[in-house]
Design a protein around this ligand. Sequence first.
Ligand code: ADP
Ligand code: MG
Length: 152
Amino acid sequence: MNCVQTNSPEETYELGKSLAEKLKAGDVLLLSGDLGAGKTAFTKGVAWGLGIKDYVKSPTFTYVLEYNGKMPLFHFDLYRLQVAEEIYDLGFEDYLLTGGIIVLEWGERAEDILKQDGIEYIFITINKLGENLREVCFKCTEKGRTIAKELL
Ligand code: ADP
Ligand code: MG
């Protein structure tokens, strides 16, 4: 695990922004962490890094929201999914082919199916350590390791 700590939402935005600047079309980010950990905050930073000016909010009740920036951002929230396969009903594959950045909040729910289908991803876990203190960890899949090295 490669981890970094942030001491404010702004620092988490900055981290998301730095990551976004290294992403390529088709990259998939899985964000894992409890409610209030900062998954949406991190995604705001990613959006910022892609030059997206729109207000990014949690797509909990819509499952997926789409933003246009340097590349499109497809922001999923899998919190209410019954089965992981539903990501395909939500258009996951079309979004992948469109070639934007895909962010999945509660991404651990999709990890097995992505693995099974041979889709690469970067797994990011956010842990709440204190009121404003968060630990953001990048799991060492091949892609995760390369990016985390550049970032941390
Ligand atoms: P999630 O999407 O994981 O449920 P949110 O990003 O919606 O979480 O909420 C995170 C909350 O924690 C926000 O209210 C944010 O202001 C607060 N917060 C405090 N410190 C941090 C930090 N270091 N990083 C991210 N969010 C933080
Ligand atoms: Mg959220």
